[in-house]
Design a protein around this ligand. Structure first.
Ligand code: 5AD
Ligand code: SF4
Length: 467
C-alpha cells in the first residue's frame, strides 16, 4: 500500500516538452493521493502528448482539466469534491468549452455518480483507462455527453509507455513495477479501484531504469501496492532488485510498499549485499493487537511481525524502519489501542504514517463489521499515536548527531536557496548549507542538529561511492 504525498498542483511547464505544441489543446493535470498516482499521471501525460495535446501549469488557460484522484479515505475524496465544486463554478463562468475529467481511484469507485447524478465532470477513467483517455475526451467533445471508462484490467501494466516526468527534480524518479492488489485487507478500497495484481515484464522495468540513468537520475523508487508479490516468470522481487541494483553503482534504489506477510529473508539479504539498495524498509503494521490484525485480515500476528523486525535488524544492521498505523478500526477497545502504543515502543520506528479509520463502502469491513468507534475516540487515539511517534522519532534523530551520512542532494531547501536538501540512505531528510555543492551529488554530511522530522548538518566532502 502506498502513501499520500503532497498535492502536486504546480507542474513545472519548463520541463514539459509538450508545451512546445502550440495551438494544441492544453491539458492541466492535478494529482492527489499516493506515489502510484504520480506515476500514473506521468503515463497519462505521455498518452495525451502522443495524441498531440499540450500540457500547461496554468489551470486558467487550460481546455481540459484532469484530476487524478484518491479514494483511500473519505477526506481524500472530500478534497477532490471541493476542488470539483470550484472548477464547476469556473466552467459556468467561462462557458461550455472547458472539459473537466476525473481519473484514478475515485473515478473507479464512484463511476456514474460523479457524471450522471452530480454532473460534476464531463468524463472519467479509472486507473486502468489511461490509454482510452484521448477517445473519452473526443467523445465528450463531440457529443457534449459524459463519457466514462472504469473497466478494470487483468493485464494493463502500461509496460510500453515511457512516462513523461512532469514534476521531476531530475534526480529521483518513480518506476511502477506492478499494479493492483489481491490482498483484500478488510479496510482497504484499493483492490476494488485498482483491480487484480499484475506485474510488469522485468525487461521493460530494467530498460526504464537504464533510460533514467542515461538521463542523469540518481535514485529510483520501484512502486507497487505489494512489491513482494512481484513475479515475472522465475523473477521474484528480490531478483528484480538485484538486476536493477547492478545497472549502476551510483543509482540508489528504494521501493514501496512491502507487505509484512511476504517480506522474505532473501529480500533482506539483498538489502545487506547491495550497497545501493537503500537501508530502509517500510513495513506497514496497521495495528499492534493480533485480534485486530485478524479482523483487518492482514495475514500475520504481532509476534510474527516482531520476529520479522528482529530478522530485518539482524540481517541489515542500522536498517531504518517506517510503518502505517490505523486507529479506531471496527471494535477497537482501549486495551487493543494500548497494544498499538506498546508495539510502537517495541519497534521504535523512524517514521510512521498514521490515520484514523475511515469506512470505505464495499470493503469487507463495511459489509461485515460496524464502524463503532466514535470519531472523538478515534481522534484521541490518533493523537496519542502521533505524540508517541513524534517523541520516538526525535529520540532516534538525536542519536544521529555527530554521525556522517551520505546524502543524495535533491535540490534547494524549501526555506532557502543557500541550502540543499536530500536524503540519507536510511530515508531521513537532511538540510545543509550549499557550500558550492549541486543537486544530484552524493555528499558526506555531518549531522549537527535535528527535529523529529528533519536532520540538519554540514557538508564535509563529496562521497565517491554510494555508502
Ligand atoms: N481508513 C484509514 N486508513 C486507511 N488506509 C488504507 N485504508 C484505510 C482506511 N479505510 C491506510 C493504511 C495503508 C495506508 C496507505 O492507508 O494504513 O497502509
Ligand atoms: Fe495494501 Fe492491503 Fe490495501 Fe492491498 S488491500 S493496497 S495490501 S492495505
Amino acid at each position: 500500500m502506498l502513501h499520500e504525498i503532497p498535492i502536486l498542483d504546480d507542474v513545472d511547464a519548463r520541463k514539459l516538452p509538450y508545451t512546445e505544441s502550440g495551438g494544441a489543446k492544453q491539458v492541466y493535470l492535478e494529482t492527489y493521493g499516493c506515489q502510484m498516482n504520480v506515476s500514473d499521471s506521468e503515463i497519462v501525460a505521455a498518452v495525451l502528448r502522443k495524441e498531440g495535446y499540450g500540457l500547461t501549469r496554468d489551470a486558467r488557460s487550460a481546455d481540459v482539466i484532469l484530476l487524478n484522484t484518491c479514494a483511500i479515505r473519505e477526506n481524500a475524496e472530500q478534497k477532490v469534491r471541493h476542488r470539483l465544486g470550484h472548477l464547476q463554478a469556473r466552467k459556468r463562468k467561462v462557458g461550455g468549452a472547458l472539459r473537466i475529467g476525473v481519473l484514478g481511484c475515485m473515478a473507479e469507485r464512484l463511476r456514474h455518480k460523479l457524471l450522471e447524478q452530480e454532473k460534476l465532470v464531463d468524463f472519467g477513467g479509472g486507473p486502468a483507462a489511461s490509454r482510452a483517455l484521448p477517445r473519452l475526451l473526443r467523445e465528450s467533445d463531440e457529443t457534449g455527453q459524459a463519457a466514462i471508462n472504469v473497466q478494470l484490467s487483468r493485464e494493463e501494466t502500461y509496460a510500453d509507455i515511457a512516462p513523461v516526468r512532469m514534476d521531476s527534480n531530475g534526480v529521483t524518479a518513480f518506476v511502477s513495477i506492478m499494479r493492483g492488489c489481491d490482498n483484500m485487507c478488510a479496510f482497504c478500497v484499493v483492490p476494488f479501484t485498482r483491480g487484480r495484481e499484475r506485474s510488469r515484464p522485468v525487461a521493460t522495468i530494467v530498460d526504464e531504469c537504464r533510460q533514467l540513468i542515461d538521463d542523469g537520475y540518481k535514485e529510483v523508487t520501484l512502486l507497487g501496492q505489494n512489491v513482494n508479490s512481484y513475479r515475472d516468470g522465475a523473477v521474484t522481487f528480490a531478483e528484480l532488485l538485484l538486476r536493477v541494483s547492478s545497472l549502476a553503482p551510483d543509482l540508489r534504489i528504494r521501493y514501496s510498499t512491502s507487505h509484512p506477510k511476504d517480506c522474505t529473508d532473501e529480500l533482506l539479504h539483498v538489502h545487506r549485499e547491495r550497497a545501493n539498495v537503500c537501508n530502509y524498509i517500510h513495513l506497514p503494521v496497521q495495528h499492534g493487537n493480533t485480534e485486530v490484525l485478524q479482523r483487518m485480515r492482514r495475514g500475520y500476528t504481532v509476534d510474527e511481525y516482531l520476529r520479522l523486525i528482529g530478522r530485518a535488524r539482524a540481517i541489515c544492521p542500522d536498517v531504518s524502519l517506517s510503518t502505517d498505523i490505523i486507529t479506531g478500526f471496527c471494535g477497537e477497545t482501549e486495551a487493543e489501542h494500548t497494544d498499538t502504543l506498546a508495539l510502537m515502543e517495541a519497534v521504535r520506528y523512524d517514521h510512521a504514517y498514521m490515520f484514523m479509520y475511515s469506512e470505505r463502502p464495499g470493503t469487507y469491513a463495511a459489509r461485515k463489521y460496524t464502524d463503532d468507534v466514535p470519531q472523538t475516540v478515534k481522534k484521541g487515539r490518533l493523537s496519542e499515536v502521533i505524540q508517541l511517534q513524534t517523541s520516538i522519532a526525535a529520540e532516534n534523530n538525536q542519536r544521529e548527531i555527530g554521525r556522517i551520512h551520505t546524502v543524495l542532494s535533491e535540490g534547494g531547501s524549501r526555506r532557502s536557496t543557500a541550502q540543499l536538501r536530500g536524503r540519507t540512505d536510511t530515508n531521513k531528510m537532511v538540510v545543509f548549507d550549499r557550500q558550492g555543492y549541486e543537486k544530484g551529488q552524493y555528499i558526506s554530511v555531518r549531522i549537527t542538529a535535528c527535529t523529529s522530522a528533519t536532520l540538519m548538518g554540514k557538508a564535509v566532502g563529496m562521497t565517491q561511492q554510494e555508502r
